[in-house]
Design a protein around this ligand. Sequence first.
Ligand code: XUL
Ligand code: CO
Length: 437
Amino acid sequence: MSEYFKDINHIKFEGPESENPLSFKFYNEDQVVLGKTMKEHFRFATCYWHTFTWPGLDPFGGPTLERPWMQVGDPLKMAEIKLDAAFDFFNKIKTPFFCFHDRDIAPEGNTYKETKKNLDHIVELMEKKMEETKMKLLWGTANAFSHKRYMSGASTNPDPEVFAFVATQVKNCMDITKRLGGENYVLWGGREGYETILNTNMKLEMDNLSRFLELVVDYKHKIGFKGLILLEPKPHEPTKHQYDFDAASCLALIRKAGLEKEVKLNIEVNHATLSGHNFEHEIAYAIANNALGSIDINRGDTMLGWDTDQFPNNPADLILAFYHIFSNGGLKNGGFNFDAKIRRQSIDPEDLFYAHIGAMDVCAKTLIATEKLINEGILSKHIDERYSNWYKDLGNFIHDKSTNLEKISQLVVENKINPKPKSGQQELLENILNKYL
Ligand code: XUL
Ligand code: CO
């Protein structure tokens, strides 16, 4: 047990009537909803970066979160203290999984060799902690955006030495993820894009990104890593124009590399909203293209135009995405990772617990509402009816590959087809949805 969280006990389900702020009101890991326990549906993960590594900086001010592992001292020793605290936290909050970037868990050294040595040391200790606590790794990823060598991108950098460097870093991070039994491996470009076309060869950068995906998938098979490779869309911030803008542009990249069977998507709520879509759009788009892998569950702030990465707190923001996820069989290898950070004024150890408790409760509450929505079938009935003619004569005729434009035109003329508009009934459906919230 770590000193830092010593005053906090294991968080338990106590139900909505409980006055204890350090208890779950709705998340009851053993409760069966839609045929599985909440624990099995969500496969919640705590993230190492925002929860243990982010010190509370903003563009105008320095660190506000003075964790014991953020003090001046030997960086590897600090990483060990952080590891202890992180596993104590995981164990108490009971997300069955966690996620990390290589740089979250161990410090970068002066050379690649030194960095690898630091990582190997922490991974060795982490393996023991995982054994003791039964915590599992949902995914690992490499931080290919913080160091200045990546200021002009990683695999899309104008300099092939940077490509080679990130390839080496990712190879090592994939090895570590496999060693720790990670269930997926995530690629988030960070800076895979450009600031100005004045200095950019877009075609070469996109070809190189495609080459990078090929190399990663090839290595995955070489080492026998069974998990999924997931690409995480994000429209901008840090880079102005990112090639991995949203689910659709990620799929274009994946298809360019011919890897649609190999690479799926990690959809993040706040990245969806930053791209001008909403969460349910990105989820439905991924599902429609058989590409949904995993989820980073957080939220933005409608009044701020950047990635605020807040913990989810409103079932209305989640229910339609949950409806699509859970009426399509749920997540398989994936999970719900809290890629979310507390506000920089939330400086107490308890604040980290309140944030995760609230988010797990809001997801649980939404899942219970989603179960009703799915079982009562009102939405699906409306959609089925709206599209029903596609499964009758004309729909079948259009889909038949031997049909062509001439045959369709002939049919329209002969049968005097003259479509009559029908209401989309959006307001009615919004009122129906409201009943479940
Ligand atoms: C950044 C972000 C990343 C990825 C992993 O916005 O979401 O933390 O999830 O690199
Ligand atoms: Co993310």
